[in-house]
Design a protein around this ligand. Structure first.
Ligand SMILES: [Fe+2]
Length: 552
């Protein structure tokens, strides 16, 4: 059973291939097109398909479009309603319905040989739910919670997986939407909607939630597993911020208030769901599940003993969910997700050919992990390109920028390399077995950077670059059996510095998608003040480029 999943309609177009229940490949179109998020999230871009990602997913398995048994498209136009009927101010929304209805034909054009009759529509939130409920380890029975901006006519799904069956227990009809509530504030605070919500979360830690009580009158859970969010005019709370204007304490206070009310409402929804199912496991997806501060409160204060968040929790993950869902419905037992490294990768010989083409001086050290650890210990910044690219928004040790966490100036240095706002934190990667020595009050392991932990007081001055203003850190724990090269690098760094932690942020520069292929890595290295590029087993040193002068 070969099932291709497609996410195209709202944002973050992506594709995923599932063969006999196993995740074979998944990638976002942005990594190929080099346009961040693939496209703008506008109704008239809804026709755009993840053509390159889908073509690559099939090629990765040696399949042609005609070999596919089913295609799952993560939106069902039959469930949509006019925007007016949903209480949305979205005059072009009908284009989405039209493009979705025509998607089978569009896909058959984009993937020659594909039979359009094989394309099936999967309800948007069912696709999100499947991406978590079927992909989590040990998840044959578990509850699932999905929250995002919107799907066809709802913004939420609370459900339960039992075996291969997925039951919906509650859903919230639009216009009420915790995702749109947060998106609207993101835009009001001068950031990019459907993209920069994590900046609001970061800004929240600089503010005081002094307006939470007022917000709670408009954003609250109901007794039936749903919630209300309508009727918020953000100008009542703070003036809008222009994209180039400095933020003020009022902006931070509104962010803190909205974050607190979001967390409280999510906790109510989680408690309601647990009351229905009594499960031990909660899985989560949907863009709201990328809010790692809220996720951590759900772990700490919620009733579920185990919480798992799908790493591609945003709409990109619905390609995975649509494919897994159709597989399961047709009898293929879903295999849990072993890691997020489902994207493109290259052999050592291919990587060396790229280096030769670029005519840069390179070397092949005996041990690339140790060579990188030595450079990091000397406070160099390293571009780290290893294995297959990550699926989802986080760099997890495959396309990363690495630095020494012991120098507080490295936060500013990395934000300068990446052209980011200085209030944005960078995150630590840490060996799984060492993490509880340094961090507390969060789940272990935490391999996908979807929770925040507190840094123990005695460690805060030792690793200042990765500790946020409120003492928290969004950690990635590294399992040496899953990520042996990253683990070896971390061990080499600890041997030299006594610190089992390395700064990890995504390998990209301002406004660009994460590096995906070797050319992207070389272009990023060439244009940013990075000291060393570790491309598979090879290293390129900036000082060697300068020494040669002509770059040949
Ligand atoms: Fe979504």
């Amino acid at each position: 059973m070969r099932v291709l999943g497609i996410n195209a309609l709202f944002h973050d177009p992506s594709a995923c291939l599932v063969v006999d229940g196993k995740l074979v490949a998944a990638a976002e179109e942005e990594r190929f097109s080099r346009r961040k998020h693939g496209k703008r999230p506008l109704p008239f871009s809804a026709w755009e398909l993840p053509e390159q990602a889908a073509t690559w997913c099939l090629a990765q398995a040696g399949l042609r479009p005609s070999d596919v048994d089913l295609v799952g498209y993560s939106y069902d136009p039959a469930l949509a309603e006019p925007a007016d009927a949903l209480g949305l101010n979205d005059p072009w929304d009908h284009l989405r319905q039209m493009y979705a209805r025509e998607a089978p034909g569009f896909l058959a054009e984009a993937l020659p040989g594909l039979d359009p009759a094989k394309v099936q529509f999967v309800q948007h939130h069912v696709a999100h739910a499947a991406s978590a409920a079927y992909a989590a380890p040990n998840s044959a029975t578990g509850s699932v919670l999905v929250l995002d901006g919107r799907g066809e006519a709802t913004s939420h799904l609370a459900g339960q997986r039992v075996g291969n069956e997925l039951r919906t227990l509650a859903s919230q009809r639009l216009p009420h939407s915790l995702g749109l509530f947060y998106e609207d504030l993101t835009a009001h605070l001068g950031f990019l909607r459907s993209s920069d919500e994590y900046k609001v979360m970061a800004l929240a830690s600089y503010g005081s939630p002094r307006m939470a009580a007022e917000l709670r009158r408009r954003v609250y859970s109901t007794e039936d597993g749903g919630f209300r969010t309508s009727g918020i005019d953000w100008t009542e709370f703070c003036p809008p911020r222009g994209a180039d204007e400095a933020w003020t304490s009022a902006h931070a206070d509104v962010a803190a208030s909205a974050q607190l009310v979001l967390e409280d409402t999510l906790l109510d929804l989680v408690r309601w769901l647990h009351g229905q199912t009594g499960d031990e496991l909660l899985t989560m997806a949907g863009g709201t599940a990328l809010n790692c501060v809220a996720n951590s409160r759900i772990v700490r204060e919620g009733p579920f003993s185990r919480v798992w968040v799908q790493p591609a929790a945003g709409d990109a993950g619905t390609a995975l969910g649509a494919a897994v869902y159709l597989s399961a419905m047709h009898g293929a037992d879903p295999e849990p997700m072993a890691g997020a490294d489902l994207g493109r990768g290259w052999s050592d010989a291919e990587l060396e050919a790229w280096l030769k083409t670029a005519a840069v001086p390179y070397e092949r050290p005996d041990d690339v992990a140790d060579a990188v650890a030595a450079a990091l210990a000397q406070n160099q910044i390293v571009a780290w390109f290893q294995g297959r690219a990550e699926f989802g928004p986080r760099a997890l040790g495959h396309r990363s920028l690495l630095a020494h966490p012991g120098h507080s100036g490295n936060l500013e240095r990395l934000n300068d390399v990446k052209g980011r706002e200085q209030f944005r934190p960078v995150a630590p990667m840490v060996l799984a077995e060492r993490a509880p020595d340094i961090f507390t009050s969060g789940p272990f392991p935490s391999p996908y950077m979807l929770f925040v932990h507190d840094t123990k007081p005695e460690w805060r001055d030792r690793i200042p670059a990765v500790v946020h203003v409120d003492g928290t850190a969004r950690i990635q724990t590294v399992d040496s059996t899953v990520e042996p090269v990253v683990a070896a690098m971390l061990r080499g760094f600890e041997r030299r510095t006594g610190l089992p932690v390395v700064v990890n942020t995504s390998l990209n520069t301002a406004g660009r998608p994460m590096v995906d292929d070797p050319r992207d890595a070389l272009e990023c290295f060439g244009s940013a003040p990075v000291d060393l590029l570790a491309l598979g087993p090879f290293v390129v040193r900036r000082e060697a480029l300068f020494r040669r002068g002509d770059g040949r």
